[in-house]
Design a protein around this ligand. Structure first.
Ligand SMILES: NC(=O)c1ccc[n+]([C@@H]2O[C@H](COP(=O)([O-])OP(=O)(O)OC[C@H]3O[C@@H](n4cnc5c(N)ncnc54)[C@H](O)[C@@H]3O)[C@@H](O)[C@H]2O)c1
Length: 249
């Protein structure tokens, strides 16, 4: 199916690795020029950038911490100015810093909320303003099923991801009449660096929770994001799409 994304411009936060890199590549394969925003520019980031460029589209990298509010505004404007447009924003940058709630420090709480929720708001705010003026746009925010169901040891992370859902629904209401859709993809556990640090028994438990008997690969999330960014999804907004193999039914 042609998703109608050829010639569009997408900005993907957290696109250096994992799910974000898979999303950036999928959008590139659909013909989008892609700007990656990420705090790390290591070998994985270079590989992600090279894969996008190999798809025959324009690939740019912007080193930025998504917590930096004014840098978010500048980066979004820079990407849009260079391309002459900004059609798609995917907020995928995220971190975990787990602890039981009674042991969690203020610093752990603040870091996870700041990266996951404030960072998402910073980019949505800046991109949403441009899309509103252009009267078109697609925003997809990557939350988690743990933001819907809660998760033992993840008070900060679950709150940040639940906050992203509420933020996205609010933006969908505010931006709808300007032709901008805002949706959420909520993955279950996905095979990335974020999951690789977990003890084997936690990963086994997650596999057991799924009805499909396996964890997602990053590309499973990317395919759904690409659909939500497409013309085919023009009437879908304010929705949370779980990509979790039935992990949270
Ligand atoms: N892996 C999973 O099981 C899983 C499940 C559900 C949701 N998610 C969500 O998917 C997203 C991607 O996760 P992943 O598994 O690919 O993780 P990952 O650690 O492989 O990639 C996350 C990316 O975000 C970037 N990043 C982190 N902090 C940043 C900051 N302050 N500013 C800019 N960039 C920053 C990292 O450098 C990295 O490139 C996250 O939002 C995560 O919460 C992951």
């Amino acid at each position: 199916m042609d998703l109608g994304l050829k010639g569009r411009t997408a900005l993907v936060t957290g696109g250096a690795a994992g799910i974000g890199a898979a999303i950036a590549l999928e959008l590139a394969r659909e013909g989008c020029d892609v700007a990656i925003v990420d705090v790390r520019r290591d070998e994985k980031a270079e590989a992600s950038l090279a894969a996008i460029a190999a798809a025959g589209v324009r690939a740019t990298f912007h080193t930025a911490d998504v917590r930096d509010f004014s840098l978010a505004e500048r980066t979004v404007r820079e990407v849009a100015a260079a391309a002459g447009r900004l059609d798609v924003l995917v907020c995928c940058a995220g971190v975990t810093d787990d602890a039981l709630s009674w042991k969690m420090t203020e610093a752990q709480w603040d870091r996870v909320l700041d990266v996951n929720l404030k960072g998402c708001f910073a980019y949505c705010r800046a991109a949403g303003a441009l899309m509103k003026d252009a009267r078109a746009g697609r925003i997809v925010n990557i939350a988690s099923i743990n933001g819907l169901r809660g998760k033992f040891g993840q008070a900060n992370y679950a709150a940040s991801k639940g906050g992203m859902v509420a933020l996205s629904k609010t933006l969908a209401r505010e931006l709808g009449k300007f032709g901008v859709t805002v949706n959420v993809v909520a993955p279950g556990m996905v095979r990335t660096e974020m999951a690789a640090v977990l003890p084997p028994e936690v990963i086994e438990k997650a596999v057991d929770e799924t009805t499909l008997g396996r964890l997602a690969e990053p590309r499973d999330c990317a395919a759904v994001v690409a659909f939500l960014c497409s013309d085919a999804a023009r009437h879908v907004t304010g929705q949370v799409v779980q990509v979790d193999g039935g992990q949270y039914l």
